[in-house]
Design a binder for this molecule. Structure first.
Ligand code: SF4
Length: 251
């Protein structure tokens, strides 16, 4: 692990979310990339970054399958803070090949087909988003799911060769809601319709009372392979596991 990574892993846990961002920007000489999927925690983090004026690059992965309401909150966020959120798109040839091979909704057919779709529409564009960055900033919270329960504030991500920092990892969903309400932050209207975690439209449903926050993501896979069904391959631990232990909107 680099000296920078060791310093961040040591320093950041003791600070609150705002101070984590300020300390991070002070210590890191190079590019910091925040990947947002416009969920409520990502919106709270966008608010903290934008209002503090920190030089952090906002990026989103536009899979081409997002809800119309997600584009709407994207536009409202840019207008509210006067920022530009850079969009990364799937490689055209890869997306065309994917749809040719498995059909437009082929991801329902098998876990392998779904992972192939996430690979083309999310994982490969994420690699381009993070190329040359020193730090990857996310809105992951530890209490989003059992898989994310032991997510640290900072860790070295060997897969991407950078430090991954999750400043809101110890926030609850209620804290994120309180923050967005208090600071009048734009939020996705789907949250009020039972969509607590929002990804691609065909792969997200509203959850029922008492269900875990991410139960509506890839819900048809949950019985077959619960661990795979609640992550899309973006948040992979250094040893190749999903974000179960060491390591979120981007999604
Ligand atoms: S979440 Fe669904 S539509 Fe989006 S990239 Fe993954 S499989 Fe494809």
């Amino acid at each position: 692990m680099s000296d920078l990574a060791e310093r961040l892993v040591r320093d950041l846990p003791a600070l609150d979310a705002q101070d984590r961002l300020v300390h991070l920007r002070r210590l890191v000489p190079g590019r910091i990339v925040f990947t947002t999927s416009f969920g409520i925690e990502d919106q709270a983090l966008t608010d903290l970054i934008a209002r503090s004026g920190l030089d952090i690059t906002f990026v989103t992965l536009d899979t081409g399958r997002l809800f119309p309401q997600t584009y709407e909150v994207w536009a409202r966020t840019e207008a509210r803070y006067g920022i530009r959120i850079q969009a990364l798109y799937p490689e055209a040839g890869a997306a065309e090949g994917l749809v040719r091979d498995q059909g437009i909704d082929g991801f329902y057919r098998s876990i392998a087909a779904r992972k192939a779709c996430c690979g083309v529409r999310k994982v490969e564009p994420l690699g381009r988003a993070l190329a040359g960055a020193d730090v990857w900033l996310t809105g992951l919270r530890a209490d989003q799911s059992a898989n994310r329960a032991t997510t640290p504030v900072a860790e070295f991500d060997a897969g991407h060769g950078l430090v991954k920092v999750n400043p809101l990892v110890d926030w609850s969903r209620e804290e994120a809601v309180r923050h967005t309400t208090a600071f009048d932050v734009p939020v996705n209207v789907l949250h009020d319709q039972g969509f607590l975690s929002i990804g691609c439209a065909p792969c997200t449903r509203a959850i029922r009372p008492g269900e875990p926050e991410r139960a509506g993501r890839w819900w048809w896979e949950q019985e077959a392979d619960a661990a795979s069904a609640i992550e899309c391959g973006l948040h992979v631990a250094a040893d190749g596991r999903l974000a179960r232990s060491v390591q979120g909107s981007a999604s």
